[in-house]
Design a protein around this ligand. Structure first.
Ligand SMILES: [Zn+2]
Length: 406
């Protein structure tokens, strides 16, 4: 099972320059090879494969005008050719769009290294053509016997650097637990478990969101003004038209990207802790189908963040369950999880969203709305698991870690 571990790092000025050179060369080589392969095909129906591009790259590097390509790691350049090859293969298999040219304006700049392009010893990660290790913040330990398959370095729109280390991991089942848990997505809380835990996004996110929203409104007004200056007031912008942006506006959108990134990171850290605890403590984890949780439509930024948080928590639970030999069960969408009494099964005719606590008229049990829903999800999930096992599937789902999962 492949799994990525992502860490922030802080390059020195010299390292940042070397990385900028590398990103530039990686982009250049990618675009050069994309052009080469596309042109060969459209002009003479000739298929240029990866090995041929690698051979021609070696020639290109001997060209005096392209000698700067030798200043960066050749491994990163080769990886760029491999990425293109994969992109084209995906296109021809009908899995993806045709690869597009990379731009220095793209939000994320990246370079990948196979194992011959870096060294990692005693937490010191040094890339090829770098004379010192990167200052990596090892926010969680790499598994001791980890088999590394590649390392990817990125710089995002907020000018932050991350290294993503891809590991080949074997499933390590945790000791059996006799506990199971249901997880419900809430409105007041991000998620609620059947054993009464209420999981929120970290509190400080709300304040940051308010700031982002204020700046985004300002930015939108600036953009409208720029459109009006082009005579496009209130109209759709035709394709290919660039709306000019002031330095101030560019600075503001960088600040917005920075806060967004900080919000994302803080949330991810938090959800990692929460999901690890849930998986460690329970043999089975049951969640509601995402289609149901789509009731939180993206009406505004706050609910979009809530939605993203839920998706992230769910995907973490799913791949950690696979990694640690736990069961992960999704219950079907029509379950009246909120309105049914988890003690006796009586179903209320209606239960307005504003009602947070209620008492079952049939058996008299007092309920917290969300915990009751989580208990129903657990019961339904366990019933489904029993069904699977009597049907001979043993109730286990082979799940893969989603790509890019950290
Ligand atoms: Zn009842």
């Amino acid at each position: 099972m492949h799994r990525a571990y992502r860490y922030r790092f802080y390059p020195t000025d010299a390292q940042a320059q070397q990385l900028a050179r590398t990103f530039g060369c990686v982009r250049h080589v990618y675009n050069w090879a994309l052009d080469l392969r596309s042109t060969a095909w459209s002009a003479s129906k000739e298929r240029v494969n990866y090995h041929e591009t690698a051979r021609r790259l070696a020639l290109l590097k001997t060209d005096a005008e392209k000698s700067w390509l030798n200043d960066v790691s050749s491994v990163a350049l080769q990886q760029s050719l491999r990425h293109l090859d994969k992109g084209l293969a995906n296109f021809f298999a009908g899995r993806a769009k045709y690869p597009r040219f990379k731009s220095k304006r793209d939000n994320v700049q990246a370079a990948s290294y196979m194992t011959n392009g870096f060294t990692l010893r005693d937490s010191r990660l040094t890339l090829a053509k770098h004379d010192a290790p990167l200052d990596v913040r090892w926010s969680r330990p790499l598994p001791a016997d980890a088999k590394i398959s590649s390392v990817t370095v990125t710089r995002d729109a907020a000018n932050r650097y991350h290294v993503s280390i891809l590991l080949d991991e074997t499933v390590v089942p945790l000791p059996q637990s006799d506990r199971a848990v249901g997880v419900d997505m809430g409105l007041a809380h991000l998620a609620i478990t059947s054993d009464g835990q209420k999981i929120d996004n970290p509190k400080h996110l709300a304040r940051k969101l308010a700031r982002i929203q204020r700046w985004q409104r300002k930015l939108a007004r600036k953009r409208e003004a720029a459109k009006a200056a082009l005579g496009l007031e209130g109209k759709k912008v035709p394709k290919g038209t660039r709306i000019p942006r002031s330095n101030n506006a560019a600075k503001m959108s960088r600040r917005i990207a920075k806060i967004h990134a900080a919000v994302r990171d803080a949330r991810r850290d938090h959800l990692h802790k929460v999901s690890t605890i849930i998986i460690r403590e329970n043999q089975a984890v049951c969640v509601e189908d995402l289609a149901v949780t789509n009731m939180v439509k993206n009406r505004n930024l706050a609910s979009a963040i809530q939605d993203a948080g839920w998706r992230e928590l769910r995907s973490m639970l799913e791949y950690k369950a696979a990694l640690y030999g736990r069961q992960f069960e999704v219950v079907s969408r029509w379950l009246p999880s909120s309105k049914r009494c988890s003690a006796c099964g009586y179903t209320m005719e209606s239960l307005p969203l504003s009602v947070r606590e209620w008492t079952c008229p049939h058996c008299g049990t007092g309920h917290d709305r969300d915990i009751n829903a989580a208990k129903n999800i657990l019961a339904a999930g366990l019933a489904q698991l029993r069904e699977h096992s009597t049907a001979g599937h043993a109730g286990m789902h082979a799940c893969q870690a989603p790509k890019g999962a950290t």
